[in-house]
Each structure stands twice: as structure tokens, then as C-alpha cells.
Design a protein around this ligand. Structure first.
Ligand code: PEP
Length: 252
């Protein structure tokens, strides 16, 4: 059975108080209401709050992920954060390849490959995002785009390294827009991605790798999406900022 995963990507939204109170309230609600769920839950706050978030979550089954790392190990890169720094405060996971970083921070596939390599060197699990733009989908190029993104980055990894990955399929046209991919569109792409993993790494990896969907998931569409055979959970932006909504998604 594949791991089901739900990730809250809080982006640049929550300050210290909002981050810590969300986490504390979330833990309280889960225990007070005796909530059962079958998902691995990962929260991705901003850099300054990773340490405290990790401390609050000690002893729970929830995990923390960073939203980015720099591709270099160390040195004169003002304002950047390294994989080693994250490791030194106990962080085990990082999101890479998010379309907002590809677009606003000009992160191309070659840079992302460097980031992957440094993350692996420091034993970080990687949540790697792929996805096509609206124009690319209109031109029916979505499969070619996603295949190319994987080929130039993740598929440079060995059979052993690939075990550290989660993949997130996030069509850019669905991120933060309220336009979710239909469950058929999402399932078709997830199946395609799984076949690519089958061809490259074999049956064992392709059966095990968690492929998450991201793009305007909310508490009403999550159940349909998560019940597709190749969709193993979600990467959630906006709807992860509201505790009750996020809780419903976790339970979907
Ligand atoms: C995201 O940014 O990863 C995302 C999926 O955002 P939203 O859920 O707001 O579309």
C-alpha cells in the first residue's frame, strides 16, 4: 500500500504567531476530537519558523518541510539558506521545483538538479513539483512538458536516491486560481508519471512512490481527487491556511 500524504504549503503567508498557533490548535483538535486519518501530514512554514514548528511537533507523527534550499553547500550567497543549515535544526524534508520558484526566482531545471543533489547529500526527502502552464495544456503539450521536467532533474538520480522523493503534479493553471484539474485530468497525468517511473526505475519504485496532486484542492474536491488510483494525496496552498478546511482535506 502506498503512503497517502497531505502537505500544507504556507508559502509567505503566516508570521510567527500564526504559524505556531495553527500548529498548536491543529494538534489540539486532532486529539480532542480523536480524529483518525490515514495520511502522513507535512507542514511547510517559512524559514524563520521551521525550528519552532519542528520543536512543537516533536513526539507527534506530523513533519515539517522547508519551502526551498540554495543549490550551493556554503559560502557568500547573501540571504540564502543551505541544506546543511536545515539539517542542523532537524529538518528532514524540502519542497523543490515549485512553479512559483520556477517563475519568480528563475529556477531552471539545471539549478533544480543542483538543489536535488545537495538535498540528497544532506539526506533530505524531496517533494518535487512538476506541471504545465495553461498555454502548454491548450497546445496538448502537458505530457511532453512533465516528462521533460522529470528527465532533466529527478531522473538523474540513482535507484537508491529516488527513494527519497515525493512527486507533486501541480498544473500551473490550477495553482491559486480556483480552477482545479478534473479528477480525470489529474488521474491521467498521475498514471503517465507512474509509467515514467516504471520505465526508468522498475515496478517496485513505481508502485511505491507517492504522487501528489496540487492546484486549488479544497475540502469539497479533495475526496474525489484522493480516491483516484494514482493520486496519493495533495500539496495544498490556500486551503491549508484554514484549520477546519485543512482538517477536512486530511480526512478526505
Ligand atoms: C501550491 O502552491 O502548491 C498550491 C497547490 O496552491 P493552491 O492550493 O492554493 O492552488
Amino acid at each position: 500500500m502506498r503512503k497517502k500524504v497531505v502537505i500544507a504549503n504556507w508559502k509567505m503567508n503566516y508570521d510567527f504567531y500564526e504559524t505556531t498557533s495553527f500548529i498548536r490548535n491543529f494538534l489540539n483538535v486532532i486529539s480532542e476530537r480523536n480524529i483518525n486519518h490515514d495520511k502522513e501530514i507535512i507542514l511547510a512554514p517559512s524559514f524563520p519558523f521551521l525550528h519552532i514548528s519542528n520543536q512543537i511537533l516533536q513526539g507527534t507523527t506530523l513533519n515539517v518541510a522547508a519551502q526551498n534550499i540554495h543549490q550551493k553547500e556554503k559560502g557568500s550567497y547573501t540571504g540564502e539558506v543551505s541544506a546543511l543549515m536545515l539539517k542542523s535544526i532537524g529538518i528532514q524534508k524540502v519542497i523543490l521545483g515549485h512553479s512559483e520558484r520556477r517563475e519568480f526566482c528563475f529556477e531552471k531545471n539545471n539549478i533544480l538538479l543542483e538543489k536535488i543533489k545537495i538535498a540528497l547529500k544532506y539526506d533530505l526527502n524531496i517533494i518535487f513539483c512538476v506541471g504545465e502552464s495553461f498555454i502548454e495544456r491548450n497546445d496538448n503539450k502537458q505530457f511532453e512538458i512533465v516528462k521533460n521536467q522529470l528527465k532533466k532533474t529527478v531522473f538523474h538520480c540513482s535507484l537508491d536516491e529516488i527513494k527519497s522523493f515525493y512527486i507533486a503534479y501541480e498544473p500551473i493553471w490550477a495553482i491559486g486560481t480556483g480552477k482545479t484539474a478534473t479528477f480525470e485530468q489529474a488521474q491521467t497525468m498521475h498514471e503517465f508519471i507512474r509509467i515514467l517511473f516504471l520505465e526508468k526505475y522498475g515496478e517496485n519504485i513505481s508502485n511505491k512512490i507517492s504522487i501528489l496532486y496540487g492546484g486549488s484542492i479544497n475540502d469539497t474536491n479533495a475526496r474525489d481527487l484522493f480516491s483516484q488510483k494514482d493520486i496519493d494525496g495533495g500539496l495544498i496552498g490556500n486551503s491549508s491556511l484554514k484549520l477546519e478546511k485543512f482538517l477536512k482535506i486530511v480526512q478526505s
